[in-house]
Design a protein around this ligand. Structure first.
Ligand code: 7TS
Length: 415
């Protein structure tokens, strides 16, 4: 039985107040809060073991190296990565995707080729591909979003052609919550010989990810959205693809031998990890995946489905609210973007903050989707995680009713 009250005790920040009210943190799609176990792992590293890795023979350096590589192994197991060296540490999803754009695409995408993304992508999985196309002369193509907020796969075999080199697609939309089934994309990509990159920023924290079952070529994720500190994330790459890839950044740590004229590269994964790595945060990320595994990804998902169901039902009590995203709960994660007639999302966010409730407002780094597909200037977005409760959803609804009464009346007064 999932016991959210016990889970909450692990997160020190959840006991704080904001404007004299208990914090209700519903901005989890932006970043998650951290359990004590993660904070402790980070503090323990700097308190007892800190040293640079892979360089020294002294005890601290050996301990730091062992802890760093043990973290890589644990995180690799969490995503069912076949071998730890296929998990590259990056700062976040954005850097992981840029690594693929720089190291793989620059060598494999040529003028006349095509890269396919979807209309729901976060800027991090759109802008790097725009740049690759600009530099190489390749074309960027879009998989459309349907009026029911799922992706239109009916045309996949026409969108993907013999010229398609890569499909870069999110596994869960940060705006709509839509869960994207990757299999049809994989199947269509394999038929034309294209590779597939999966943006797991929003899926990795909330559901079981198995990169081998998915069979994708690249999988990118951010630690900070899955209970770990900011500044650590990763990229899984399929072995054959990884072995053929040129380095992303060049410098120390990633070389085997260097002369004044040239250099040769270190083994995997170090060839892709130039410079001193983020050891403490990698270790804290391994504590985060241990915490998530202990709770169980399926249990976490079920908890979030229940919260989302409750929130969607209760939002219907407020006539002025329009929600975006699939109605079928099996097709959506715990993210609800919404719009309230006559109230700017920023005003909603401000009123809610006075009630201690943290939500996000804006275009959520998916400007084309919000502006030209949802046709609103911005949305308000509540996003749930493993520590949120039904009572918090109820607090959100009451605060939204208050917002509506306040602004609705203000508009009536002006009319
Ligand atoms: N891809 C998706 C689907 C995302 O939701 C995000 C971050 C990123 C990539 C980039 O992640 P980063 O860790 O590299 O920044 N999404 C959000 C959000 O919805 N609000 O703030 C960040």
């Amino acid at each position: 039985m999932y016991d959210v009250a016990t889970v909450r005790k692990d997160f020190p920040i959840l006991s704080r107040q904001v404007h004299g009210k208990p914090l209700v943190y519903l901005d989890n799609a932006a970043t998650s809060q951290k359990p004590q176990a993660v904070i402790d792992a980070w503090v323990d590293y700097y308190t007892r073991h800190n040293a640079n890795v892979h360089r020294g023979v002294h005890t601290l350096s050996v301990e730091a190296t062992e802890a760093y590589e043990a973290a890589r192994e644990k995180i690799a197991r969490f995503f069912n990565v076949p071998a730890p060296e296929q998990l590259l540490f990056t700062r976040n999803t954005t850097e992981a995707i840029n690594l693929v754009a720089m190291a793989w695409a620059s060598a494999n995408v040529k003028a006349g080729d095509e890269i396919v993304v979807s209309e729901v992508e976060h800027h991090s999985n759109l802008v790097p591909w725009q740049r690759v196309c600009e530099v190489t002369g390749a074309t960027l193509k879009l998989i459309k979003v349907k009026p029911d907020y799922t992706l239109d796969f009916s045309d996949l075999d026409r969108t993907l052609t013999a010229r398609t080199k890569l499909v870069a697609i999110t596994q869960q939309s940060n705006v709509l919550g839509t869960i994207v089934p990757v299999k049809p994309v994989m199947d269509a990509a394999r038929r034309v010989g294209a590779l597939v990159l999966v943006d797991g920023a929003q899926s990795a924290p909330h559901s079981k990810v198995d990169v081998q079952a998915m069979d994708c070529d690249f999988f990118a994720f951010s630690g900070h959205k899955m209970l770990a500190p900011m500044g650590i994330g990763g990229l899984y790459v399929k072995r054959g693809v990884l072995e053929a890839m040129e380095p992303f950044l060049r410098g120390g740590e990633m070389v085997l031998e260097v002369t004044y004229e040239r250099a040769t590269w270190a083994d995997l994964p170090y060839k892709f990890e130039a410079g001193t790595p983020n050891v403490a945060d990698a270790i804290a990320l391994s504590a985060a995946v241990e915490y998530l595994s202990r709770l169980g990804m399926d249990e976490i998902r079920q908890h979030e489905v229940a919260l989302t169901k409750h929130a969607l039902e209760r939002m219907r009590e407020i006539e002025e609210i329009t929600t975006f995203g699939p109605t079928d709960l099996s097709l959506r994660g715990g993210v609800i973007s919404f719009y309230m007639a006559d109230v700017h999302p920023h005003d909603i966010g401000t009123v809610l903050d006075r009630e201690g409730i943290a939500i996000r407002t804006g275009h959520h780094c998916a400007m084309p989707l919000v502006r030209s597909r949802l046709n609103v200037p911005a949305t308000a977005r509540a996003s749930f995680y493993l520590y949120n409760t039904e009572a918090e959803v109820d607090a959100l609804i009451e605060a939204l009713k208050k917002t509506q009464r306040y602004f609705g009346n203000a508009h009536a007064r002006r009319a």
